[in-house]
Design a protein around this ligand. Structure first.
Ligand SMILES: CC(C)(COP(=O)(O)OP(=O)(O)OC[C@H]1O[C@@H](n2cnc3c(N)ncnc32)[C@H](O)[C@@H]1OP(=O)(O)O)[C@@H](O)C(=O)NCCC(=O)NCCS
Length: 229
């Protein structure tokens, strides 16, 4: 569905690039800069797209839980119970976010901050919204908050067979550090424990900044992509 101000409405020729530094909780109004190549001449074209954030990220609220549970059940063979989210939202060490597209929640993610470590507890995207960079935006939203709260390291567990999620984590330089044998109760699959060892390292920060810039310039489509699980 087309949406006024949606970056997907920009003609294919133009590659929009957000001039602002990435903020997971971006303001509603946004100015974008389009570099237009026109018959060999270069002109800089500032355009205003009104309500521009196609994917809004915000902290999860209690009233979000029913929709989060729908996505949770699509994502995980052993979904958390609703009460787990209620408990998590009251936990001061926890941080949970949702991603909304066209006003509808399409993904969620969460973590605990323990001392200087971010422990990512969950990340899930609705089946019909996968492959649209929503998972990556959610991960960046968590990492951004983790850094803001002083975390130096980040960790998570992922099913050994979950190549899609591992690709996402490897992209941000989570590296496998250990195997938890038979960790998952439904099929006794192994968990791979992954870590970013030092989020304050200049090399990691540089790569992270580049990835954030690329993500901020990424086109968000309205077209559902194929299931990636
Ligand atoms: C894992 C998950 C959150 C990814 O979210 P997504 O919005 O579909 O992924 P994105 O579009 O943001 O893609 C980000 C990166 O993930 C990886 N990825 C995404 N889809 C992929 C696919 N079909 N095949 C391989 N890698 C893929 C890539 O590294 C991609 O980066 P790239 O586009 O530069 O290649 C989503 O697939 C999901 O909810 N899966 C079910 C729940 C789950 O497994 N959660 C993780 C538990 S540890």
């Amino acid at each position: 569905m087309a949406n006024p101000g949606h970056i997907g409405d920009v003609p294919e020729l133009y590659q929009p690039c957000d001039l602002m530094t990435f903020k997971p909780f971006a303001p509603a109004f946004d100015t974008r800069c389009l570099l237009v190549l026109d018959y060999g001449k270069i002109r800089l074209n500032m355009e205003f797209y009104g309500l521009a954030m196609p994917v809004e990220m915000r902290e999860m609220r209690r009233e979000d839980i029913p929709r989060v549970m729908e996505i949770e059940r699509e994502c995980f063979p052993t979904p958390w119970h609703e009460s787990a989210y209620i408990t998590e939202l009251a936990n001061r060490s926890a941080y949970y976010v949702v991603a909304c597209k066209d006003g509808r929640i399409t993904g969620f993610a969460g973590m605990w901050i323990i001392m200087d470590e971010a422990h990512i507890t969950t990340i899930g995207v609705a089946r019909d919204s996968r492959g649209e960079k929503i998972g990556e935006r959610l991960l960046v939203g968590l990492l951004e908050e983790a850094i803001y709260r002083g975390a130096k390291r980040a960790t998570l567990e992922v099913r050994q067979s979950n190549e899609v999620a591992q690709n996402l984590y490897r992209k941000y330089e989570f590296a496998p550090a250990a195997i938890r044998r038979g960790y998952y109760t439904d099929n006794h699959e192994n968990a791979v424990v992954m870590w970013i060892d030092d989020m304050s390292a200049p090399t990691w920060r540089k790569k992270y900044r580049t990835l954030k810039q690329e993500l901020n310039c990424a086109k968000v489509t309205d077209t559902p992509t194929e299931d990636v699980t």
